[in-house]
Design a protein around this ligand. Structure first.
Ligand code: KG4
Ligand code: ZN
Length: 334
């Protein structure tokens, strides 16, 4: 049995979780996400300085509470894992410096986690009713900052197949949400909600790069098409819902086409999805229909940024030999 405290502060969240691995199962003992999203919503996006200032205030209370909630003592925690990149420099520093200090004063190993890989480990959590992903699989990361396709052959071993050339799928959802006048930082969730009442066949939006001979994506043109429609659009709830449904369908179709193509070309029967956009129900439903292999998508609460995925990744990642040497890497990639 092993127990890990995970800390995640790459964007506007201050998140921590304690997870325990027993046999092959990883379970959440406690999980807290404090977000400055509602405070930031009025600015229409995350303001980095503001996010970091809120995180400095909440990091210690969040860690204290997650330990209390776990009903464990500090002695029962075996290691600390922390996101060291990519992300906002000020935000990353809050998590990394806190984790370094705790690692030294509590004498626990410190495990540096790449946030991008961390997202995939949400699929390894709490498997009492679900099976675990098996290698090899096609991994699709769809978040606010990333849209990437990878072929994973083992933990931390992968071939990068392709990614977005401009905006990420989540970023496109967020920018389109703003064009539609929707408030809130999780624009994708707002569009998904509105899309339930809309008809996706009224507006014909492009499916960028859907038939391109690679695994790359491009979503900035889709946002431009939406802005061309929105300007003359009188603010009418029904038309907004139709447009939301078209935006969602266009993004979902492109993501599915490329992910399924990767499984065919590499002869793989599993797709593992991660990142905030993976919370999209329409994506899950459409992919279940068009892909006959095994599909892994975390529950919605574990798709967006959280400490549990960082703790889960810690079970499969090596600790750093000298915790005090850990530095943040805001532009870390795959
Ligand atoms: O993974 P995440 O929490 O943050 C990054 O690492 O970027 O992803 C946030 C993204 C946002 O762009 C948000 O609009 C999108 O995930 N998102 C969704 C949904 N919920 C969150 N996109 C589509 N449908 C949703 N239900
Ligand atoms: Zn993320």
């Amino acid at each position: 049995m092993k127990t890990i405290l995970g800390i995640e502060t790459s964007c506007d969240e201050t998140a921590a979780a304690i997870l325990q691995q027993k046999n092959d199962r990883i379970q959440i003992l406690s999980n807290i996400i404090a977000s400055s999203a509602s405070l930031q919503a009025k600015f229409g996006g995350v303001i980095p300085e503001y996010a970091a200032r809120e995180q400095i205030k909440s990091i210690i209370p969040v860690i204290k509470q997650v330990i209390l909630d776990s009903l464990l003592t500090i002695n029962q925690i075996d290691a600390i894992s922390v996101t060291y990149g990519p992300g906002l420099i000020g935000s990353l520093l809050v998590g990394v410096e806190t984790a370094k200090v705790l690692s030294v004063i509590w004498n626990k190993p410190l495990i540096p986690i790449n946030h991008l890989l961390g997202h995939f480990y949400a699929n390894w959590i709490d498997h009492s009713t679900r099976s675990l992903p098996m290698f090899p699989f096609i991994g699709l990361l769809i978040s606010g900052g990333h849209t990437d396709l990878l072929l994973f052959t083992d933990h931390n071993k992968y071939k990068y197949l392709g990614g977005t050339r401009d905006d990420a799928s989540g970023e496109c959802f967020d920018k389109c949400a703003r064009l539609l006048g929707l408030s809130g930082i999780q624009g994708g969730a707002e569009i998904a909600k509105l899309a339930q009442k809309g008809n996706p066949n009224i507006y014909k939006l492009p499916r960028p790069m859907i038939n391109s001979n690679d695994f790359d994506f491009s979503f900035s043109g889709l946002k431009t098409s939406v802005s061309n429609i929105v300007s003359p659009l009188t603010i009418n709830h029904k038309l907004k819902a139709d447009l939301a449904a078209s935006i969602q369908q266009s993004i979902v179709e492109v993501l599915i086409k490329k992910a399924v193509k990767a499984t065919q070309i590499y002869n793989i029967d599993q797709i593992v999805i991660s990142g905030g956009v993976a919370a999209n129900l329409s994506l899950k439903q459409s992919l279940s229909k068009s892909f006959s292999g095994k599909l892994f998508i975390p529950p919605p609460s574990l798709c967006t940024d959280n400490g549990a995925m960082v703790a889960a990744a810690g079970f499969f990642t090596k600790p750093i030999s000298n915790p005090l040497k850990l530095t943040t890497n805001p532009s870390l990639g795959f």
